[in-house]
Ligand binder design. Structure first.
Ligand SMILES: [Zn+2]
Length: 278
């Protein structure tokens, strides 16, 4: 025989949880509760599927001491499919920017898809050099008896963007090397230069980045890079100088130390400019 169930009167008592200030004494010291970090959010239910991938990647890069300035390549931290997800997250953020700019993106037909267009343009075009790995540059040995030992100057057209104003930077880079033990295809010089340019850049840094990547790809120690470009941030805003031109030069090895090599490089640039004026 089972006894009739009786609920516990104390356990089931309706507890009055109303806060009555006079019934409480203040602690007399400040109490801190730790803010939730991206990692905490990921550790919570559902993993980081529920958080932004962008936040997760920023956290990871910070933890590993990886710099992620506008001109830095971060492709090592991206996996297949990440770009698509980052584009979706950036679309959401650009929608908010348009809302804050008081642009009616629901009814203005020209602004309807703008947030997504902007997000795709940043990831796939104007900043592609941040997210894509370096161009594949197969190097061929230059070690035969009749190997080429002269100077090589390649003119590369550039499209970039200033990291201060996100305005277009349009120009050309002249890349010079003294043939080293490796040769890369001629188009690769331009591919490398454009990969460096398609980020948020400063022109001074851009010339350095191109020189460093050309050194890496060719093994050459004698490298010269001359960049001349027009900056949208000087043309469309600020001083509104529509024909201003900025020139930067990086010289390494013989290009820096040997007057003859330096002169030959700049003579070659002049010949190229005569052949194809900007
Ligand atoms: Zn600028």
């Amino acid at each position: 025989m089972t006894s009739k169930f009786k609920s516990d009167p104390i356990l089931n008592e309706q507890i009055d949880t109303k806060f009555v200030p006079t019934e409480y004494e203040p602690l007399g010291k400040e109490v801190y509760i730790k803010k939730e970090t991206a990692l905490d959010a990921m550790a919570g239910d559902g993993g980081y599927e529920e958080a932004y991938l962008g936040d997760h990647l920023r956290f990871k890069m910070r933890r590993e001491g990886k710099r992620f300035w506008a001109g830095d390549n971060i492709s090592d931290f991206l996996h297949e499919g990440d770009k698509e997800r980052l584009i979706n997250e950036a679309t959401e953020a650009f929608e908010l920017v348009l809302d804050r700019l008081l642009i009616d993106r629901e009814n203005d037909p020209n602004s309807k898809g703008t947030a997504r267009r902007l997000a795709k343009m940043y990831f796939n075009e104007i900043m592609a050099g941040r997210y894509d790995p370096s161009p594949d540059c197969t190097a061929f040995p230059n070690d035969s008896k009749d190997r080429y030992e002269g100077m090589l100057v390649v003119r590369s057209e550039l499209r970039s963007m200033c990291s201060h104003h996100h305005q277009p930077v349009t120009g050309v880079a002249y890349i010079g090397i003294l043939a080293a033990e490796k040769l890369i295809g001629l188009s690769k010089y331009t591919r490398i230069a454009q990969w460096c340019a398609r980020r948020g850049t400063l022109q001074e840094e851009l010339a350095n980045d191109i020189a460093r990547e050309i050194e890496k790809a060719t093994g050459a120690k004698d490298v010269g890079v001359y960049v001349q470009a027009q900056h949208g941030c000087c043309e469309n805003r600020g001083i509104m100088a529509h024909s201003s031109l900025t020139q930067t030069t990086v010289l390494r090895g013989a290009f820096k130390d040997d007057i003859g090599t330096k002169k030959e490089f700049f003579d070659n640039i002049k010949l190229q400019q005569d052949f194809s004026p900007r």
